[in-house]
Design a protein around this ligand. Structure first.
Ligand code: CA2
Length: 148
């Protein structure tokens, strides 16, 4: 089995596909998980997929990923713009984190333009909707493959 990748989803992403489809699309988080599971098969990735509405749970998951996962793909939701604690958690582990957003945060309200996660992420994908998830898996796999 290839790399171990953890995909983490933050607050309100459990509501995907049920509200604001004009912003976030009609795809549910369960649909995205299925998309990622199918992608994992094709690129030989061992995938763990989770969602939490709780900042501390997300921080605990980052700590737990240290030494057990090869990479994290993180859509931190609105914590992206508020959470020094999540930034510090990522900064405290060596596991690489790729920042992901469904929407193009730079096209939206000014308060979404700043990301604490970007300070500590290896890179960021945004604006491609659900398709960003398998893109992020390719990007993380490529990043991990380039590491010595
Ligand atoms: O574009 C993204 O992926 C975001 O991380 C989504 C967050 C938002 O706060 C970030 O600025 C950008 C919000 C997720 C909320 O998801 C909802 C889904 C359905 C209905 C309402 C909210």
């Amino acid at each position: 089995m290839g790399h171990k990748i953890l995909i983490m989803n933050g607050p309100n992403l459990n509501l995907l596909g049920t509200r604001q489809p004009e912003v976030y699309g009609a795809t549910t988080l369960a649909d995205i998980e299925a998309l990622c599971a199918a992608k994992a098969e094709t690129i030989d990735v061992s995938l763990t997929f989770m969602q939490s509405n709780h900042e501390g749970e997300l921080i605990d998951a980052i700590h737990a990923a240290s030494g057990t996962q090869d990479g994290i793909i993180l859509n931190a939701g609105a914590y992206t713009h508020t959470s020094v604690a999540l930034m510090d958690a990522i900064g405290s582990v060596t596991v690489p984190v790729l920042e992901l957003h469904l929407s193009n945060i730079h096209q939206r309200e000014v308060f979404r333009h700043h990301s604490y996660i970007s300070k500590v992420a290896i890179g960021m994908i945004c604006g491609f909707g659900a398709a960003g998830y398998p893109l992020a898996m390719d990007a993380m796999t490529s990043y991990l493959g380039a590491q010595t």
